[in-house]
Write a protein that binds this ligand. Structure first.
Ligand code: HEM
Length: 481
């Protein structure tokens, strides 16, 4: 009896110690240390998962999700949280964002959560900084820089858009995001790795679940979104690795694609690029081109369908361009592209509302004071372009698709100052101009030759970018006359 009470007492004692230890851990989790100053307000959520599940909950409309709205009301434009185990300061403050962009490699450096690194590779472009980063950007500019865009890609994009729209017009309907993604992927798979449509479409299947992985919880077992993503990435990497190996073993054979240049670089012996990086780099470019623009254009098509007055103004601009042509030419010139003022305004509105980038991540290299708070060394900062672009103090009536807001010269510079869909500073998006051209050529060819009818789908949700849970299906119809 006595020994029973003793062991019962020890068990109770142990339970108290464990409970105390757990409480201590929870307290430490919820009250992270800050050496100087004070942390921004906010909650670190539950141990291990933080506030990840709240963060991933979509809004059932174009509006900013509740995760941001509630914290904006409670804490203001700068708040702390924990996402997938990382302490993060979320910035919805345009001034703070501009400051962070300018501090790349000084107070902050590019850093992405393990989930993103698992998807894009631990040594992807976002991993490098300083001179290696500069070198990689200049390497990408061989394909996406202004000379290549104007002299090579421009005409190719027009050809690809013309061919695809004509093919879509023979179908009862198309799902916009998927059709645009296929169009861009086919073009880019040819340019980057020399794949024709058959091989390219097989390769793209590996990307299908990929994009969701960027905003999924990193649970790696069969059946989870994250598992599907990583499997897709592995298959993709194997295809690219085998291709690179084959190309390296036959360097004398030229294919007229970007991989030729990668092979030259790897064989040059400068050592700046290695094979592992080359594979991740090409995969990221393949992904970056089609996933981003297809999402933006799907939102763009929905917004245009809902705003026929914008379509009318687009038609006016593009028909005027056709009328001005005196030589019976059919292709768009670079000068014509540069003259598409209203189209540029429409493009701005599409990227402002769609917010394709889920968030821009940086890591504080030291304790950084901002707006009366401290971002401790080692913490992440997540810049949310969406929260800026949908802020009614910066963009009047922000959920309204209004290309004319960009017309007023007196307001334009303020709008542009706060416009950050492509990031900023030394990491400004490599594909920003490519994206704008692709959208302009698409809109030109569409409104001058076709009209369209909504068939099904089109309901939207927003995580940060806008998504269509049941797709968005439209019929493309040739215009008469
Ligand atoms: C609507 C289309 C697009 C949007 C909204 C977009 C957005 C962004 C953003 C916000 C960043 C900054 C990331 C950071 O600072 O950490 C970025 C970087 C980047 N983007 Fe895009 N992007 C788009 C299209 C493209 C395309 C078509 C390409 C293909 C070439 C591309 C390639 C890249 C690359 C390589 C970087 C990394 C730049 C660096 O770290 O220096 N993007 N993009």
């Amino acid at each position: 009896m006595e020994s029973y009470s003793l062991s019962y007492a020890s068990l109770c004692g142990l339970a108290v110690v464990v409970a105390g230890w757990l409480l201590h851990c929870v307290y430490k989790w919820r009250n992270p240390p800050c050496n100087i100053g004070r942390l921004p307000p906010g909650s670190m959520g539950f141990p291990l998962v933080g506030e990840t599940f709240q963060f991933l909950r979509p809004s059932p409309s174009l509006d900013i999700p509740a995760f941001y709205k509630q914290r904006l009301e409670r804490y203001g434009r700068l708040f702390k949280t924990n996402l997938v185990g990382h302490p993060v300061v979320v910035s919805m403050d345009a001034e703070v964002n501009r400051f962070i962009f300018q501090q790349e490699g000084k107070l902050f450096r590019s850093w992405y959560p393990d989930t993103t690194n698992d998807l894009f590779g631990k040594e992807s472009m976002v991993y490098y900084d300083g001179s290696v980063h500069k070198y990689v950007r200049s390497f990408a500019a061989r394909l996406f820089g202004i000379d290549s865009l104007r002299d090579v890609l421009f005409a190719e994009m027009e050809h690809s858009v013309t061919q695809n729209l004509a093919a879509w017009a023979t179908e009862p309907f198309i799902e916009v995001k998927d059709a645009v993604a296929t169009m861009i992927f086919d073009h880019m798979a040819k340019k980057l790795i020399g794949f024709g449509p058959d091989k390219s479409r097989k390769l793209r299947k590996n990307f299908d679940a990929f994009f969701q992985g960027m905003v999924s919880f990193p649970l790696y077992f069969p059946g989870t979104t994250f598992y599907g993503c990583i499997q897709g990435r592995k298959k993709l990497q194997n295809v690219l690795k085998d291709l690179l190996k084959e190309r390296l073993s036959t360097p004398q054979m030229r294919h007229g694609d970007f991989l030729d240049e990668v092979v030259d670089e790897l064989r040059s012996g400068t050592g700046t690029m290695n094979e592992k990086f080359a594979v991740d780099f090409v995969a990221a470019l393949l992904f970056g081109t089609f996933a981003t623009i297809s999402s933006a254009l799907a939102v763009g098509m929905k917004l245009l369908s809902d705003h026929p007055n914008v379509v009318e103004s687009l038609k006016e601009e593009h028909e005027a361009i056709l009328k001005k042509r005196e030589d019976g030419r059919t292709g768009i010139t670079w000068d014509e592209y540069k003259s598409m003022t209203f189209t540029a305004q429409v493009t701005n509105e599409i990227v402002r509302i769609s917010n394709v980038s889920p968030g821009i991540f940086r890591k504080a290299l030291t304790d950084v004071p901002v707006k009366g708070y401290t971002i401790p060394a080692g913490w992440l900062v997540m810049i949310s372009p969406m929260a800026i672009h949908l802020n009614p103090e910066l963009y009047e009536d922000p959920l309204t698709f209004n290309p004319w807001r960009w017309q007023d010269e007196s307001k334009k510079s303020t709008l542009l100052k706060n416009f950050m869909p492509f990031g900023g500073g030394t990491r400004h998006c490599v594909g920003a101009e490519f994206s704008k051209i692709q959208i302009a050529i698409f809109l030109h060819t569409l409104v001058t030759n076709y009209r369209w009818k909504e068939i099904k789908g089109g309901d939207v949700q927003r995580i940060t970018e806008v998504v269509f849970p049941t797709g968005y299906h439209i019929q493309i119809i040739p215009r008469e006359g």
